[in-house]
Design a protein around this ligand. Structure first.
Ligand code: F6P
Length: 377
């Protein structure tokens, strides 16, 4: 067997651990393994290609077919490393590939046939596609075009349907909680309100888990549209009790009742909308309604970096080896999922296009409410 592994979309701590598990599990079966460089791009990129109109220069493809042979030596000592040794991109979806036109606009074209042909040219028997919702959708579409694919769910946002957890989430929550711990002392020293923006476009998992663990006073998530006057009341009630500071954690996709999320950039051809800026907006509104000095902070891509936690390493290693077992069983068009205590497989079709949002009646929300944390509702 000759298999390939790719990483697509935003990186997440634990990607390298998955790659290592895939490679070592495959090699033990006597298979050969190859890494697809920088998403799927290296598979079908030709030197004459201009590449996506993002200003990113095309990397020199040093390997035939854009595939890097991976053996035990290539994956030695990478379990604890953040990022991905293969590189990744959130652009260049082969089904909606952005091409710059002569008039300066960008058009989307379907280049998936080229990708499938490249896969066949390279004599690959199977592909392990590690990615979030976007990359898993591409994996599903490739499978429908005949490519034998097994998916591995990845995102720090923890919003992939069908799996209790995605690797990277636990690390991101730890990073955010650590930031909240540090912000507490400065907020208290200055009697300030600190508004901290964490990732989570459509689901508030990071905000909820870090906010509860990091003793936030207010947590705002996309699942619960907020009323700013209720947020201000909470801060003023604390003030009345002599607690002259407050910590507000807000997911980047949070929105007010009757309002829309704050975007940095609208979706364009080949890209998705970029969220960001809600913390600064809320901070200004809090100052206005409470008179309190307020500062905002965006944790941003810090949450995607660093060494994966033990939980994320274990999950990633389990996912990688489970993906190889799925290939051995010929169980394609599936994705490995964590359904504690086991790692199972489920059809890609059941996972894509869905978002695992925070259940409003769930235990973590209930715990937060019992502790007096406000959701601005
Ligand atoms: O991995 C998902 C995510 O972290 C989102 O929460 C965030 O909006 C997005 O990635 C940002 O990704 P990038 O800046 O790499 O496009």
């Amino acid at each position: 067997m000759r298999i390939a592994v790719s990483t697509g979309g935003g990186d997440a701590p634990g990607l390298n651990a998955v790659i290592r598990a895939v490679v070592l599990s495959a090699v033990r079966r006597g298979w050969t393994c190859h890494g697809v460089l920088r998403g799927y791009e290296s598979l079908y990129a030709r030197k004459k290609d201009l590449g996506p109109p993002s200003g990113i220069e095309r990397r020199k493809i040093a390997y035939p077919h854009g595939l890097k042979p991976l053996g035990p030596d290539e994956v030695r000592g990478i379990t604890h490393l953040g990022g991905t040794i293969l590189g990744t991109t959130s652009r260049g979806n082969p089904f909606r590939y952005p091409i710059a036109t002569v008039d300066g606009t960008t058009q989307e074209v379907d280049r998936s046939d080229e990708l499938v042909a490249a896969f066949r040219d390279a004599n690959l028997d199977a592909l392990v596609s590690i990615g979030g919702d976007g990359s898993l959708r591409i994996a599903y579409d490739l499978w429908r075009k005949g490519v034998p694919v097994v998916g591995v769910p990845k995102t720090i946002d923890n919003d992939v349907e069908g799996t209790e957890a995605t690797f990277g989430f636990d690390t991101a929550v730890s990073t955010a909680t650590d930031a909240l711990d540090k912000l507490h002392s400065t907020a208290e020293s200055h009697d300030r309100v600190m508004v901290v923006e964490v990732m989570g476009r459509h689901a508030g998992w990071i905000a909820l888990h870090s906010g509860l663990s990091g003793s936030a006073d207010v947590i705002l998530i996309p699942e619960i549209p907020y009323d700013l006057s209720i947020v201000c009341e909470k801060i003023q009630a604390r003030e009345a009790r002599g607690r002259r500071f407050a910590i507000v954690v807000v997911a980047e996709g949070a929105r007010p009742i009757h309002g829309a999320p704050v975007l940095l950039e609208e979706a364009q051809a080949g890209t998705v909308a970029r969220f960001g800026g809600v913390a600064a907006l809320i901070a200004a509104q809090i100052t206005k309604c409470t008179g309190k000095e307020t500062r905002s902070l965006v944790l941003g891509h810090l949450q995607r970096g660093g060494s994966p936690t033990t939980f994320d390493r274990l999950l990633a290693l389990r996912f990688g080896s489970a993906a190889v077992r799925a290939i051995a069983d010929g169980d394609f068009g599936t994705v490995v999922v964590y359904q504690p205590p086991v790692v199972n497989r489920t059809p890609l079709a059941d996972v894509i296009g869905r978002t695992k949002v925070v259940p409003l009646g769930g235990g973590v929300i209930m715990t937060a409410r019992s502790l007096g944390i406000s959701f601005g509702d």
